[in-house]
Design a protein around this ligand. Structure first.
Ligand code: NAD
Length: 290
């Protein structure tokens, strides 16, 4: 049978998660998504009403099917972690089983196992503040939502990711070059969170590789006008900067990141793990602007 993927961090058709879902679907995978609880209603109703139908079209003309949408808040590992004000918040009260542990249990009950785990989510409440003006609370929130969320997802899904002789199971996250080079404007501890995510990718590749032969990689993606990126406020400037300075002058399309994810999840990448893979028109290789 084809592979089954769980993609955490899809809430519209503009982000990298959606593009990764499409590339995996085009390669024959069954698609499950995890959607942030406060965004769940609008995402599901838009899906139902056909609002995404144009973006669901795959290269062979068929429409991507999402087999199931799971509510998820990757900041909480289990029900005991959820504070009272979230439990009773009306955006959360209508959904259940959305902590990481419960989501993994639900996927296990529904499908038994998965082959591909994708983490395409990040959040930094103080992202517009320079690091020097970031509070401890904001910094830790960025790390919790953008880095530990991946450790937690992999930890809870690992038992249901299929191993295999030719490593079948794999996991992918999304990172940004602000982890290793100065990108003014990517604040609030988000640069720190991406540095943690990349370091964790190496350690988790070792641990998941030794335990189950599962590969762990992260894609360092160039700028995309997603909902999350628009909230940071400098995305148009970053896209212009990339076109002006990268070896390839074209705009980056989300599909190019999606296709790389499909490659990394495939047997073609069977010896690639612990890696930071740049999909950015080559911008990372430049030393100065032109
Ligand atoms: P996006 O808005 O499509 O995706 C971010 C998703 O995270 C949203 O669906 C949001 O609902 C979800 N989310 C936020 N907090 C969550 C939580 N606590 N639990 C569950 N879901 C939560 O934007 P995107 O830019 O495609 O982001 C996807 C990934 O790509 C992120 O890791 C981002 O840092 C990375 N990335 C983006 C760019 C860019 O320019 N857009 C560049 C490099 C890397």
């Amino acid at each position: 049978r084809g592979k089954r993927a769980f993609i955490a961090g899809v809430a519209d058709d503009n982000g990298y998660g959606w593009a990764i879902a499409k590339s995996l679907a085009a390669a024959g995978a069954e698609i499950l998504v995890g959607t942030w609880v406060p965004a769940l209603n609008i995402f599901e109703s838009s899906l139902r009403r056909g609002k995404f139908d144009e973006s669901r079209v795959l290269p062979d003309g068929s429409l991507m099917e999402i087999t199931k949408v799971y509510p998820l808040d990757a900041v909480f590992d289990n029900p005991e972690d959820v504070p009272e004000e979230i439990k009773t918040n009306k955006r959360y009260a209508g959904s259940s089983n959305w902590t990481v542990q419960e989501a993994a249990e639900c996927v296990k009950n529904d499908f038994g196992s998965i082959d591909i785990l994708v983490h395409s989510l990040a959040n930094g409440p103080e992202v517009v503040k320079p690091l020097l003006e970031t509070s401890r609370k904001g910094y830790l929130a960025a790390i919790s939502a953008s880095s530990y969320s991946y450790v937690s997802l992999l930890k809870h899904f690992l038992p249901i990711i299929n191993p295999g002789k030719l490593p079948r199971g794999s996991s992918i996250s999304l990172t940004y070059i602000a982890s290793e080079r100065i990108i003014p404007g990517y604040g609030g501890g988000m640069s720190s969170a991406k540095a943690a995510l990349e370091s964790d990718t190496r350690v988790l590749a070792f641990e998941a590789g030794r335990r189950k032969g599962i590969r762990v990689n992260t894609i360092s993606a160039g700028p995309l006008r997603s909902r999350a990126a628009k909230a940071i406020g400098f995305i148009d400037m970053m896209i212009d900067y990339s076109s002006a300075n990268a070896p390839l002058e074209k705009e980056l399309s989300a599909d190019e990141v999606g296709n790389t994810a499909a490659f990394l999840a495939s047997p073609l990448a069977s010896a690639i793990t612990g890696g930071v893979i740049y999909v950015d028109n080559g911008l990372n290789a430049m030393g100065v602007g032109v």
